[in-house]
Ligand binder design. Structure first.
Ligand code: NDP
Length: 296
């Protein structure tokens, strides 16, 4: 095989953010609406702090309002639910994101269920899960899988119909919504997981492989069909032999490049898409709440 196309998620995300900034300016001018995103962070998890800072910065850069709420590690479930309720009722807030994971004393599902589905820009509320599962366009879709679909639609010029896809991983935040999105695009989809009997055999059938496993470089190049398009969702930090660490995906990039026709790198592939899609979801939510057509 010749060298695969490297799917540049960083550049795609930058273009998406530009388009969002244009839409936001238009919403302000034509409708007097400035979309607002509220992010709630409970506790001191360093990775979560980095994500939340980055989300706030990119929200403001897109011309939207960013509301950040930092709550102590000892926050009770009642206190967090009260904050969610306050944000549900705040008309300046169009999108609410409660940063996961939450401290142990808090029931994550109860918090996700308390978010107004119309403001659920993470798309984790069962109402939005159900809307996606029934093929509706009226809900909000989880950011990472929606970002993967955007990259795939761009690669295939909008037509994924009839492709065979394998999604490795069945989590609620990536694998399952990815399955539904690919099905909506009329792919024939297999979802593999830790109990799948012959994973390389399943992968070998696929025109599109989406790896969302959380295991460094698990998917090997010789598992792939020639010309497969590979979307690597994994973000794994591994030790370098010479000391220090580096990020790798769930796919063994070097060997995958020998078979794939296109592949997302890690870093710089799916990762940068997630926050850009979060901003897009906030614009979608603001439009849906105000009865305005959602920008394409
Ligand atoms: P989870 O741990 O929730 O799910 C992992 C899935 O992989 C499970 O369904 C599990 O199967 C399956 N799995 C585990 N081991 C194997 C195996 N040996 N063979 C086949 N399947 C296996 O992870 P997430 O979905 O939350 O995340 C997956 C990856 O994506 C991680 O690396 C994470 O860091 C990354 N990620 C990246 C994001 C981004 O912004 N780019 C956002 C979210 C996640 P089972 O259900 O049977 O246990």
């Amino acid at each position: 095989m010749s060298e695969p196309k490297i799917i540049d998620g960083k550049a795609f995300a930058a273009g998406l953010r530009d388009r969002i900034a244009t839409e936001v300016a238009k919403l302000k001018e034509e409708n007097g609406i400035t979309p607002g995103l509220a992010v709630v962070l409970v506790g001191e998890d360093p990775a979560s702090q980095v994500y939340v800072r980055s989300k706030g910065k990119q929200t403001v850069e897109a011309g939207m309002q960013s509301f950040e709420y930092k709550m102590p590690e000892t926050t009770s479930q009642e206190e967090l639910l009260a904050k969610v309720e306050e944000l549900n009722n705040d008309p300046a807030v169009n999108g609410i994101l409660v940063q996961l994971p939450l401290p142990k004393q808090i029931d994550e599902q109860a918090v996700l269920a308390a978010i107004d589905p119309a403001k659920d820009v993470d798309g984790f509320h069962t109402t939005n899960v159900g809307l996606l599962g029934t093929g509706s366009d009226n809900g909000l879709v989880p950011c990472t899988p929606l970002g993967c679909i955007m990259l795939l639609r761009d690669h295939f010029d909008g037509n994924l119909s009839g492709k065979k896809a394998v999604v490795i991983g069945r989590s609620n935040i990536v694998g399952k919504p990815m399955f539904n999105l690919l099905l909506k695009e009329s792919c024939t989809v297999t979802v593999a997981h830790s109990r799948t009997q012959d994973l390389p055999g399943e992968v070998r059938q696929a025109d599109i492989v989406v790896a969302a496993v959380g295991r460094p470089e698990m998917v090997k190049g010789d598992w792939l069909k020639d010309g497969a398009v590979v979307i690597d969702v994994g973000i794994n930090r591994i030790d370098k032999p010479e000391g220090g660490t580096r990020l790798v995906g769930d796919v063994d990039f070097a060997s995958a490049c020998e078979r794939a026709s296109a592949i997302t790198p890690v870093p710089g592939g799916v990762g940068p898409m997630t926050i850009a899609v979060l901003l897009a979801n906030t614009v979608t939510a603001a439009c849906q709440q105000n009865g305005i057509a959602v920008p394409k």
